[in-house]
Design a protein around this ligand. Structure first.
Ligand code: 13P
Ligand code: SF4
Length: 304
């Protein structure tokens, strides 16, 4: 079968089997082309709540499929490939953070959405990279324990110097690969380009950027900008997405190594088999855990 034939079969099966396909913006193009929606992790989970289909296939990583299930318990939610986890989300667990909390009882625990459902049950509020600053400012406490990403936490903390932040050692191994040297090299090659980076990058990269923002933030900034060239410091699918959406502009990866192997674990054949019901993993959450985890997502919606 050709890729086009597989895509056509997916389009036929998703109609026949009442399936909505969500694709994170870091997925491969062949998957994005057959998805009902493409976006960032939180936007997709919110979108899933209002789609008419009874089954949702999340082409992304495990915490994203879990977030969809937390918000839409009545839907059958399938993770497109069971091995697709987010290493950052798996760096911290409920037991460790419960212990840390015991030593810091006066701190509000802010969890990046890239966390497991289990860990969310002991956190106070969730954030995404686009809502973190606003929510941390609004929290009615000057003491914030920000988990798991110390790079995102550092970027937020520097913008709210009046609050006291405690950070732990988590980070995204994909974004943390990029260094100040990569920025200098890319700038030397493309001196007219603006540098747009994700706040999961290390502080030495963030400090050298012209714009720092979420996946959606970077894409919106580049589309609206009058400038013609951009160096992109996030997963390299965003370079491709932008190049296709803005053919009159030029996009360069900050590093050729910024590829998330977990996001790329799902293939178009995996997706075909998910639509047939022979592959993927149905996300099952026990109701007590789901409701406890939902509390910190509800708080994010309230404050964001
Ligand atoms: P978004 O929340 O922007 O989708 O990012 C998720 C992620 O994993 C970034 O690396
Ligand atoms: Fe997780 Fe980083 Fe991959 Fe995003 S890019 S899914 S944070 S490992």
């Amino acid at each position: 079968m050709t890729v086009k034939e597989i895509q056509n079969e997916i389009l036929r099966l998703k109609k026949e089997n009442d399936i909505c396909i969500l694709a994170h913006a870091y997925q491969n193009r062949d998957i994005i082309e057959v998805a009902d929606f493409m976006g960032d992790s939180f936007a997709l989970s919110v979108k899933a709540q209002s789609v008419p289909q009874k089954t949702v296939i999340m082409c992304g990583v495990r915490f994203m499929a879990e977030t969809v299930k937390i918000l839409s318990p009545e839907k059958k939610v399938i993770l497109s490939n069971p091995i697709a986890g987010c290493p950052m989300a798996e760096q911290m667990d409920k037991e460790t953070i419960s212990q840390v909390k015991e030593n810091l009882p006066e701190y509000t625990v802010v969890a990046y959405v890239n966390t497991t459902t289990d860990l969310k049950t002991v956190c106070d509020v969730c954030v995404t990279s686009s809502s973190a600053l606003k929510i941390c400012k609004k929290i009615d406490n000057d003491k914030i324990l920000f988990i798991p990403d110390c790079n995102l936490g550092d970027w937020i903390a520097k913008q709210i110097p009046e609050k006291q932040f405690k950070l732990l050692n988590g980070c995204c191994p994909t974004h943390a690969k990029m260094s100040a040297k990569d920025v200098e090299k890319a700038k030397a090659l493309h001196p007219d380009a603006l540098v747009l980076v994700h706040p999961e990058c290390r502080p030495e990269v963030v400090e050298r950027a012209d714009y720092v923002g979420s996946t959606t933030g970077i894409m919106d900034f580049a589309k609206k900008s009058d400038k013609k060239e951009f160096i992109i410091g996030t997963e390299n699918s965003i370079v491709t997405n932008l190049q296709l959406e803005c053919p009159d502009k030029m996009f360069y990866p900050l590093s050729k190594d910024c590829i998330c192997s977990n996001m790329k674990a799902t293939t178009i054949v995996d997706l075909l088999n998910c639509c047939k019901g022979t592959f993927g993993e149905e996300i099952i959450l026990d109701e007590d855990t789901r409701l406890k985890a939902k509390k910190c997502i509800d708080k994010m919606i309230e404050l964001g």
